[in-house]
Design a protein around this ligand. Structure first.
Ligand code: CDP
Length: 229
């Protein structure tokens, strides 16, 4: 049976994580959230007081921490561990979110994390999501999807996600922070957020999760993947 590499890229709130997890489950592939790794380096920098404009310090930090995805105790999905500590909750904090794009713009940090990400893809059977997966991390992926949605739709989704966790935020501020992060991610010199030339672009503004998952699975099946029985 053919085990594919599936790359899912897109801006904040485009639905990558939810969709990538569901596609991985349906195919019984591993799921890798590369954003979590950039977030972990950011958390380490905040804890150690490394400045967000200290490229060398951030690069050194990213080389020195051990990152590992371990199966969640409740039996579904994976959680990111940093130096043996479960950080999956803390890496979603507002402080990490507001700083991560600066860390992710550092060439040395990217070099270290991309190497780690590529080590997880050998043999295929992987759904990886991020910003540069189809362009840099897995340019050989058989399926490349670039998800987009209007800023308003992406803000609304993030708002609901945060509300479900009991976190109340101001909608305007949230939208401004999404726009700011998109601008840094798309405008940076190293591996900016952009669709791979051979990617399938999908505007999810008017689509629900099931519809997006279905379309990606259809692409994977057409390339020879099989649904997990
Ligand atoms: O889930 P959300 O869209 O908020 O973000 P994420 O996927 O957790 O990624 C957080 C940040 O990490 C992004 O805004 C990018 O700055 C960076 N990132 C990146 O540069 N390259 C990747 N492959 C993944 C994330």
């Amino acid at each position: 049976m053919k085990k594919l590499k599936i790359a899912i890229d897109g801006p904040a709130g485009s639905g990558k994580s939810t969709v990538a997890k569901r596609v991985a489950e349906a195919l019984n592939y591993i799921y890798v959230d590369t954003g979590a790794m950039y977030r972990a380096v950011t958390l380490a920098a905040l804890r150690k007081g490394v400045s967000m404009d200290d490229g060398e310090g951030l690069t050194e930090l990213s080389a020195g921490i051990q990152l590992e995805f371990r199966p969640a105790e409740e039996g579904k999905g994976y959680r990111l561990y940093m130096d043996g500590e479960d950080v999956h909750e803390e890496i979603r904090s507002l402080e990490v979110t507001n700083n991560v794009s600066f860390v992710a713009a550092v060439a040395g940090v990217r070099r270290n994390l991309v190497r780690l990400q590529q080590s997880l893809t050998s043999g295929g059977g992987v759904v990886m999501e991020g910003r540069d997966i189809g362009t840099v991390v897995m340019p050989d992926a058989e399926v490349k999807v670039f998800l987009t949605a209007s800023v308003a739709a992406r803000t609304r989704r993030r708002l609901l996600e945060l509300q479900a966790k009991g976190i109340m935020v101001n909608e305007e501020e949230l939208q401004a922070s999404i726009i700011r992060r998109d601008a840094i991610d798309s405008g940076r010199e190293v591996d900016p957020l952009r669709p791979a030339p051979d990617s399938f672009e999908l505007d999810t503004t008017e689509l629900n999760i099931d519809q997006v998952v279905e379309r990606i699975l259809a692409l994977a099946l057409a390339k020879g993947a099989r649904l997990d029985q």
